[in-house]
Design a protein around this ligand. Structure first.
Ligand SMILES: Cc1cc2nc3c(=O)[nH]c(=O)nc-3n(C[C@H](O)[C@H](O)[C@H](O)COP(=O)(O)OP(=O)(O)OC[C@H]3O[C@@H](n4cnc5c(N)ncnc54)[C@H](O)[C@@H]3O)c2cc1C
Length: 431
């Protein structure tokens, strides 16, 4: 468990000397073996601190292993916040950004799109920093070892390494662009499928953060509209949080998932009831408390990003699949949106995107469901979330990502011996 950039660099050099591969893990919340290695696996637990906060510039630098929940709480204590995030806050900052973790947002993209700078240990043990404004440079850090000059030709490192799958180097620190702390007003409301679909454009353009869940086998959806609020804060009463977020969304949901797994015939009825049980509610709270919630039921997940304009058609196709197949799916399907960005391997690269996430209970079979929905997604050039289950290979991904070739070329230059390689990277990037 390295405790500094210096120790990470030592570990990478040692792995090279021993002819081993090396990777750093986050908290293991990916559903793909993206972090796996049969060489040296570095634990992030010794690198969790906040290095610096520049509130005036809106820049915060944290060590790679800092959990998002620690970052969120520390930022709030300083009157700051990330501008957007995903559904949970247990991942490390490096783990979340390296796979392109995202939430939903009309104007603000995923977590890696909020990264302003990175510090990385490259395959030869060199420490470099990169940011939008500057070319890669030898890291000027007190903790860093005396660094050899960085490789002479690494243009594109910042655009590639923000969603880097751990393939270009071990990230040791991440600088986020942050904003003054803000309140979000959450408005959660059941809505019929037909209404959500007919109002998709309005709901996604009139709300800063819109998402919805469809309860399979029913007409019911749960919509979530989160918008900035001047306050005052109006948090969920404790009993309501415990009832909705802990009891209904986790405890009862866990029981119904196990019941549905044992007796699939009850799922249609249970989903109908679930859509009604999670009723309307509205509250105002610190942004991260609105964006994130506890998830305690274990599941398997596949998520694809598709062009935003294909969303209504793709959803209609998925519903048509449900009509044709004999599936019994207890988990709601989650739909989110983000603007396009310029990170080479971001699922939103170069296009305004919609995300469709499907899940099954961890013990239930997923193969046919995931395969058939994946076929619908890939028919419109869908891009799989790097941390969630999919069957795509480099051949497909080369077509789906305009910068896939540039990423691979940079990898060839920076890590010709595949010090950071593993079977998953071979699958998605090529040998
Ligand atoms: C319950 C649940 C909810 C989720 N919600 C969302 C969501 O709302 N939105 C979303 O987009 N995703 C979501 N995910 C997926 C999750 O955010 C990603 O899989 C994320 O990568 C997990 O982060 P982690 O810290 O566990 O990293 P890991 O899964 O441990 O690692 C992910 C990758 O990052 C690499 N990595 C980690 N640290 C470093 C480092 N220091 N340097 C280089 N590479 C590194 C690893 O090697 C690996 O390749 C969810 C997952 C779960 C289980």
């Amino acid at each position: 468990m390295p405790r500094s950039t210096h120790e990470v660099a030592d570990e990478v050099r040692k792995a090279a000397a021993d002819g081993l591969t090396v990777r750093m893990a986050g908290t293991g919340h990916s559903f793909t073996p993206v972090a796996a290695t049969d060489g040296v696996l570095l634990h992030p637990g010794g690198m969790t601190s906040i290095r610096s906060v520049d509130a005036a510039a809106g820049l915060v630098t944290v060590e790679a292993g800092c959990p998002l929940r620690v970052l969120n709480a520390s930022l709030l204590a300083r009157g700051l916040s990330l501008a957007n995030m995903g559904d949970i806050q247990v991942q490390t900052v490096a783990g979340a950004t390296q796979t392109g973790t995202h939430g939903t947002g009309r104007d603000i993209g995923g977590m890696a799109a909020q990264v302003a700078g990175l510090e990385l240990v490259l395959a030869d043990g060199t420490v470099v920093t990169c940011s939008a404004d500057s070319p890669p440079a030898a890291a000027p850090l007190a903790t860093a070892p005396p660094a050899a000059p960085p490789p002479a030709t690494t243009p594109g490192l910042f655009d590639a390494a923000r969603v880097g799958l751990g393939a270009l180097g071990v990230v040791t620190a991440v600088t986020f662009r942050v904003v003054p702390a803000f309140l979000l007003e959450a408005r959660e409301e059941p809505m019929q499928w037909s209404e959500v679909i007919s109002r998709l454009d309005e709901l996604t353009s009139e709300n800063e953060h819109f998402e919805f869940y469809w309860f399979p086998h029913t007409e019911g959806c749960l919509t979530k509209r989160n918008n900035r609020s001047p306050g005052p804060p109006r948090p969920l009463p404790r009993y309501r949080y415990l009832l909705d977020d802990e009891f209904l969304s986790n405890t009862v949901f866990g029981v119904t998932c196990r019941l549905g797994h044992a007796v699939p015939g009850v799922i249609t009825t249970v989903n109908g009831l679930a859509g009604k049980a999670l009723g309307s509610r509205s509250y105002v709270d610190a942004a991260y408390r609105v964006f994130t919630s506890p998830r305690r039921v274990r599941f398997k997940e596949q998520e694809y990003a598709i062009p935003r304009e294909s969303l209504a058609d793709v959803l209609a196709e998925i519903r048509a699949l449900f009509a044709r197949r004999d599936w019994r799916i207890s988990f709601p399907i989650e739909v989110r949106v983000t603007p396009g960005d310029d990170l080479w391997l971001s699922t939103a690269y170069g296009r305004s995107s919609a995300y469709i996430a499907i899940h099954v209970f961890h013990a239930s079979p997923h193969q046919e469901y995931f395969r058939d929905v994946e076929a619908v997604m890939t028919a419109v050039g869908g891009r799989p979330h790097w941390g969630k289950m999919h069957t795509r290979s480099a051949e497909y991904l080369r077509q789906a990502y305009p910068k896939h070739g540039d990423f691979v070329a940079l990898r060839d230059e920076l890590d010709p011996e595949r010090r950071f390689g593993n079977p998953y990277l071979t699958q998605v990037l090529g040998p």
